[in-house]
Ligand binder design. Sequence first.
Ligand code: SF4
Length: 209
Amino acid sequence: MHQPLTLKINEIFPSIQGEGLRLGEPTLFIRLSECNLKCDFCDTKYAWKTGQEMTVESILKKIQKIHTAFPTEWVCLTGGEPLFQNIGRLVERLKAENFKIQVETNATIFRQLSVDWYTISPKPPDYFYQPEYVKKAKEVKIVVTKGLDLGILEKLRQDFPEKIPLLLQPRSNSKSSGKHALELIKQALSKGMNNVRLTAQIHKFFGWR
Ligand code: SF4
């Protein structure tokens, strides 16, 4: 498969994973530019266009430099949509350096990669995802928008194994979205649906990236 000479990178930084099941774990983030969707609620619109072309080796160098002061084993590839670009060589190089890799994806694109942890986040209106993720996702994260309803959750719950949580993430930690999430969790419980849970973006509470 064609491997690009450079990848467009929006930012590389150390932080704490603020969402989902890996919440709280020190993580090195590589935010890739561009996305194939244009969600109106996107909180990383700044990554749609802006970024710097970097070679895989220069990305590695930057990661290794940060890693000396922040020696965590986890790297999270996020975006934008990290799979919009061919990140095969970057993943190979990170694995060769013994990093564990998380990919946060909208799941509309699948690439055969050596990834340890897929966080998938299907998006409205159709919540489409590539079927490979049914076996590969470790968690399904759903932003709680106004149109999210029980029918959508029921479909996802049927599609994914019960051990994989459906994590409802209130939009921008807002009160109204939190209320909607709670209502959906009650409805899911009353229908006997298991493993439908709440998550929040704790990095935003602390003003972290
Ligand atoms: S898929 Fe994610 S990064 Fe892309 S526009 Fe939607 S929220 Fe933003």
